[in-house]
Design a protein around this ligand. Structure first.
Ligand SMILES: *[C@@H]1O[C@H](CO)[C@@H](O)[C@H](O)[C@H]1NC(C)=O
Ligand SMILES: *[C@@H]1O[C@H](CO)[C@@H](O)[C@H](O)[C@H]1NC(C)=O
Ligand SMILES: *[C@@H]1O[C@H](CO)[C@@H](O)[C@H](O)[C@H]1NC(C)=O
Length: 629
């Protein structure tokens, strides 16, 4: 090379003489190489140096360099707390070789260099946002439950054990932030789950955020102290099942649980469906890892109750929002939703089926009989202005029913409900139901549409729209639209134009009942699952649009705050001083994963709990019948 280079200089600087054939050949060679390099650069500009450092971290799953340096600090031992309602028999985990379940992920082929560079740039942007938040959390709110992203301080609304710390562990690991991960693990080892400023804690939130976070971080890193902590916490949460009929409590009073005498607790007369029905995945995973049957037994009693009572509800097949756990009765509540208070109970039926390796058919039955009713009564096509792609869109509303013949739909869509797209698609793959995969795609389009339609590009917490009578045809009807807008605004004889001016509704929406965006993950969750299932690259662009909009309106000096009005794109909005732990645990993790190579947390190897914590799916591992201890 050096030789040739010298020769070229000579050509340029020497006296003119016709080029020899060899010189010409060398020149053409040099020009071609230069041109190719230039083209390569144009198609594939260099990416952020940060990206390079963590792209080399692809074997992140196997890196155990910090392993087992940590020891759990002495903590109150919940195993010593009394337990009164000990079952005489424990139901063991279903035994046998896990089934080979149908493939979930699309068979991705090698992507082009330019596609890859684009995707990596998106991924780095998400990671940078996470790192910015994490630095703030470390500086201003270390070991607190939440960072306040404007006042730069911490608050403790979740028991004070570091909800954000524990909830973010697996995000740190997945993003290749190894030093931060081990720094966090060292802090987690110090948590004392026996002490809290709170009189009682939410069993549901503590399970999905803390227990889910610990189990997932353990599944990824195999760092033993995380399992020790999961068991300490699991023992505390197990006390919520110390009721006379073994139905879990909504809130666990910590001091009472430590000292309680006599009969233990009494189950709640009214508990929301998600509160009682979405502890399953975490307790199943804890039972699988510890081979301790009592954790599985605890949640399987709720499953048995759901199974027995599924056809006794006001809409047989569907589960109502509120449950009488004391009487084990599902028949009194008339309201049904896949949004707040109910969502994750539905979500956990197919996911628990996968987590148990397909060995427990009841979860398939619970899914199939309820999903058919969701499809029939709750999914609707919205009436959209001309030119909008109505036939490919679905929303999921709430229904009220005193009996199956008087079902009324409330065409209201919550951001929380946006998980249903991914839910139907994932279950559609698991149970080989193409109709459900198709429903999943249309529901996901519905949420993408809702994001796109708002001036800020962000979907609100709750919106309303006109439901079509039929999914096949739905012409725009201005009269009907105006009626709906006035009704929703309780201005029955009002002037439509005036009301519209006041409410600033994007056309097609009849009301935005809650204009906030709380940094929630459900829309990107479904977009992520659809991308992994179909391989359709359009989802990456939708995800990027969502990410940039959210970043634009939620960024604060110290993190990201809740957006108060998604209709206000003026740029003068100041976010709320609140950042829930799910922003780092879920929302940014889903954004990161969709822009990662598709084998990172493959849905064929992992199943994510409702807080986006991946649990390892069993494969080729024999689950044995085991005792309780
Ligand atoms: C939980 O604690 C609060 C006070 O912090 C109290 O008002 C409430 O009644 C308690 N609930 C239960 C179920 O113990
Ligand atoms: C519940 O109702 C559904 C639909 O009516 C029916 O297919 C199913 O067999 C019923 N299940 C039980 C356990 O009765
Ligand atoms: C449009 O809606 C109005 C009010 O709901 C109804 O009276 C009318 O028949 C509808 N028009 C068409 C063409 O369906």
């Amino acid at each position: 090379m050096a030789d040739r280079f010298k020769r070229r200089i000579a050509i340029r600087n020497g006296p003119y003489q016709p080029m020899s054939r060899r010189h010409r050949r060398n020149l053409i060679y040099a020009l071609t190489v230069g041109l190719l390099l230039g083209l390569l650069y144009l198609c594939n500009p260099p990416i952020d140096p940060l990206a390079v450092s963590f792209l080399e971290h692809q074997d992140y799953m196997n890196d155990r360099s910090g392993m087992d340096k940590f020891v759990a600090k002495d903590s109150f031992d919940w195993r010593k707390a009394p337990f009164h309602n000990t079952p005489t028999e424990y139901k063991p985990l279903p035994a046998g070789m896990p089934k080979t379940l149908p493939r979930i992920q699309h068979k991705f082929t090698e992507e082009s260099k330019s596609r890859k560079a684009q995707r990596e740039r998106y991924r780095v942007a998400v990671r940078n946002e996470f790192v910015r938040n994490w630095q703030s959390y470390k500086t201003w709110a270390w070991t607190k439950d939440e960072l306040m992203p404007i006042s730069a301080t911490g608050i403790d609304p979740f028991g004070g054990w570091g909800a954000t710390l524990v909830d973010s562990l697996d995000s740190l690991w997945i993003m290749g932030l190894k030093d931060d991960f081990y720094e966090a693990v060292a802090a987690v080892a110090e948590i004392n789950f026996g002490e809290s400023d709170m009189v009682n804690i939410s069993v549901f939130e503590t399970t999905i955020r803390y227990l889910g976070g610990l189990l997932s971080a353990y599944d990824l890193s195999h760092e033993k102290v995380l399992l020790d902590k999961a068991i300490q916490l699991g023992e505390m949460l197990y006390r919520a099942f110390d009721t006379t009929n073994r139905m879990p409590l909504d809130r666990l009073a910590l001091d009472l649980a430590k000292k309680s005498t006599g009969l233990g607790f009494t189950a709640d007369g009214s508990i929301c469906l998600a509160g009682i029905g979405s502890l399953t995945m975490e307790f199943v995973r804890l039972a699988q890892i510890t081979q301790n049957a009592k954790y599985y037994d605890a949640v399987s009693r709720v499953t048995d109750f759901f199974d027995r009572a599924q056809n006794t509800t006001r809409i047989p097949g569907l589960f109502p929002t509120w449950v009488n756990a004391y009487k084990q009765d599902l028949s009194y509540d008339r309201s049904f939703t896949l949004g707040a208070m109910a969502d994750s109970a539905y979500e956990y039926f197919p996911k628990t089926f996968a987590l148990l390796g397909g060995l427990e058919p009841v979860y398939e039955k619970l899914y199939k009989d309820s999903a058919a009713m969701v499809d029939k009564h709750m999914l609707f096509r919205p009436m959209l202005p001309e030119g909008e792609p109505g036939e490919d869109l679905l929303f999921c509303g709430d229904v009220h029913a005193s009996d199956p013949d008087s079902i009324s739909l409330d065409a209201e869509m919550q951001h929380l409900t946006c998980f249903v797209g991914g839910y139907f698609a994932l279950a559609g793959r698991l149970f080989q139901n193409e109709h459900h995969v198709d429903l999943g795609a249309k529901l996901t389009e519905g949420c993408i549409y809702a994001y796109r339609s708002m001036p800020t590009g962000i979907m609100p917490e709750i919106l309303n729209i006109v439901p079509c009578k039929s999914r096949s045809s739905c012409p725009w009807n201005q009269t009907m639209y105006e009626e709906h807008v006035l009704n929703r605004a309780s201005r029955y004889d009002g002037d439509f134009k005036e009301v519209m001016e006041e409410l600033k509704l994007p056309k097609g929406f009849t009301s935005i009942r809650d204009k906030r965006y709380l940094l929630r993950p459900e829309a990107i969750e479904s977009v992520f699952i659809m991308y992994r299932i179909t391989g359709n690259e359009e989802y990456l662009e939708h995800a990027w649009d969502m990410f940039t909009s959210i970043q634009k309106y939620s960024t604060t000096r110290y993190g990201n705050g809740q957006v108060l009005d998604v209709l206000d794109a003026s740029g003068y909005q100041i976010p709320e001083d609140k950042m829930e732990s799910f922003w780092l645990a879920e929302t940014l993790k889903y954004f990161y994963l969709i822009f990662s190579p598709p084998d990172m947390i493959s849905l064929d190897d992992w199943v994510l709990n409702t807080e986006a914590h991946p649990f390892r799916r069993p494969k080729w591992v024999r689950v044995q019948s085991q005792g309780a201890h």
